[in-house]
Design a protein around this ligand. Structure first.
Ligand code: SF4
Length: 218
């Protein structure tokens, strides 16, 4: 793609308390191409009062869109959808970070594929992939978490960063990428079949007990 040509984006409108809208850019792993960046800048240059804010989920919000300009700004950016598809929080990993034990971006995409292939689920799933134990991808407090070690991957299940925050239970230690994804798939199917509607994985783990879960997912 020519970096001088702007590229369209998929966005999700979010209503704000003051009546304006934010347009969430439905990014994958927080990445914006040069063409997408150009498109956002073009829109900001022609719409005073807008600003760009990074979200905790590795996405960006174009803030400050007046309600009466919503359709016009959406059309200028690309197309709108009611909800961004699930994403994965992924740290820069071994490819870029000096502490990284494993590469993270490719396995992040594979985690997303497994999540998409096994739904629908009783409630939302947040996942994180980190290239080392510092866990910049928030893996310990995501529903599904992967943390790289020198020998492979640790798999975490049912972490939560909400009230009653807690790390996920460890399903596997030092397994290969394929083995880690197999654990994740098993965990997602278990969640789909055993959780109550509206229950996050961590809530289900608390209700049934970590030992029961680890046993079932061996
Ligand atoms: S988790 Fe580790 S590899 Fe990933 S960005 Fe943080 S320090 Fe680097």
């Amino acid at each position: 793609m020519d970096k001088n040509v702007s590229e369209s984006l998929i966005v999700m409108p979010v209503e704000r308390k003051d009546g304006t809208y934010a347009l969430r850019l439905c990014l994958n792993q927080g990445l914006l191409t040069p063409g997408q960046t150009r498109r956002v800048l073009e829109v900001m240059e022609t719409h005073d009062g807008t600003s760009l804010r990074a979200t905790t989920g590795q996405r960006m919000n174009l803030e400050g869109v007046p309600k009466e300009k919503l359709d016009e700004v959406v059309a200028a950016l690309g197309t709108s959808i009611p909800k961004c598809p699930p994403g994965v929080s992924v740290c820069p990993g071994g490819e870029l970070c000096k502490y990284g034990q494993q590469e993270t971006r490719e396995i992040g995409d594979r985690v997303l594929d497994v999540i998409k292939a096994n739904g629908p689920y009783p409630f939302k799933i947040k996942s994180g992939v980190s290239g080392c134990g510092m866990a910049c991808g928030l893996s310990f407090v995501r529903d599904i978490g992967l943390v790289a070690i020198s020998k492979g991957w640790n798999v975490l299940y049912g972490g939560s960063a909400r009230h009653r925050a807690a790390p996920g239970v460890r399903l596997a230690k030092g397994v290969s990428e394929d083995e880690a994804l197999a654990f994740i798939e098993k965990g997602l199917i278990y969640y789909r079949e055993n959780a109550r509607k509206g229950e996050r994985i961590g809530m289900m783990v608390r209700r049934l007990g970590a030992e029961v879960i680890v046993d079932a997912l061996k």
